[in-house]
Design a protein around this ligand. Structure first.
Ligand SMILES: N[C@@H](CCC[C@H](N)C(=O)O)C(=O)O
Length: 288
């Protein structure tokens, strides 16, 4: 089977984009594991399927490196907007994308016929523990001391359509993320695992972030994670509601604005390359 793909990235969070407008793929979970491999595959943080939708301009489905499906992906949805516009599948600057966490509104910023950046209305931040889900008592988990892997951490939990745990720290450069990340991801209080953001507050409008993503490990950026971090920073009194908050990630910057109603995320989307692959017996050959 021959498969056309486009490799795209948002702040270095890179996915393999597959046009599934005509036909959905069988077993995307397995395909994500195979294609994401950086040595034996194309290489990426997962795959993204761009599918037909009856209720929006397109439907996005994303899969992590381990094959698990994410309900929402902030960096991927900007790339989906760019893909749809530049491949002339849509011819408008505002579009709707259906995701497993609801329909999202995108505004494309276009220069010389190419989409440079995208603003996404990410919807409401959800704090209810059962909706995140996190197995802790109370209406909201904000700056709650919790034991993770035998150590106490102050955590803030929020869902941006997918589960996030935000931890503020003075130093995020020297932490051992490959040890800390899995401890949070598999902590028994997170029954669906969790994405964890480690945040250093630089000032009222700037945060620095490293992220350990559920299903993918450390990535250079996470859009929903940056939104969760900005929301948590406001709820912990480090930043203000309604103001732009710059989140500096390993692979770039995102601007987040958290109002009473919604969270807006603005950032770049870029195409890296296109290609065709032959899928053979569970393995792949790069054809072009
Ligand atoms: N990189 C993403 C989030 C991808 C999904 C996540 N790992 C999950 O399983 O919830 C982003 O940019 O938001």
């Amino acid at each position: 089977m021959r498969l056309k793909f486009t490799k795209m990235q948002g702040c270095g969070n890179d996915y393999i984009y597959l046009n599934c407008m005509e036909e959905e793929l069988a077993n995307p979970e397995h395909l994500s594991i195979v294609l994401s491999d950086r040595h034996f595959g194309i290489g990426g943080d997962g795959i993204v399927m761009i599918c037909k939708s009856n209720v929006a301009d397109a439907k996005m489905r994303m899969f992590n490196i381990d094959g698990s499906e994410g309900k929402m992906c902030g960096n991927a949805i900007r790339c989906v907007g760019k893909y749809l516009y530049e491949n002339k599948i849509v011819d408008k600057e505002e579009l709707l994308i259906d995701t497993l966490s609801g329909i999202k509104h995108l505004k494309l910023f276009i220069k010389d016929h190419s989409v440079e950046s995208v603003q996404v209305d990410m919807g409401r931040a959800e704090f209810t523990p059962s909706q995140i889900p996190v197995l802790l008592e109370g209406d909201r988990i904000i700056n709650r001391e919790t034991i993770i892997g035998n150590q106490p951490y102050r955590i803030t939990c929020v869902s941006m359509g997918n589960p996030h745990c935000v931890v503020f720290m003075d130093d995020i450069k020297n932490i051992k993320l490959e040890e800390l990340g899995p401890m949070f991801e598999y902590a028994p209080i997170f029954p669906e695992r969790v994405n964890t953001e480690f945040i250093k507050v630089i000032n009222e409008n700037t945060l620095e972030m490293r992220v350990w993503e559920r299903g993918s490990g450390e990535t250079l950026a996470c859009g929903t994670g940056a939104c969760a971090a900005a929301v948590a920073a406001v709820e912990n009194g480090f930043c203000k509601k309604g103001e732009d908050i710059k989140v500096k990630l390993l692979g770039g910057e995102l601007i987040i604005n958290y109002t009473d109603e919604v969270v807006f995320m603005t950032g770049k989307a870029q195409k890296v390359f296109e290609g065709v692959i032959d899928l053979v017996d569970g393995g792949i050959n790069i054809a072009d």
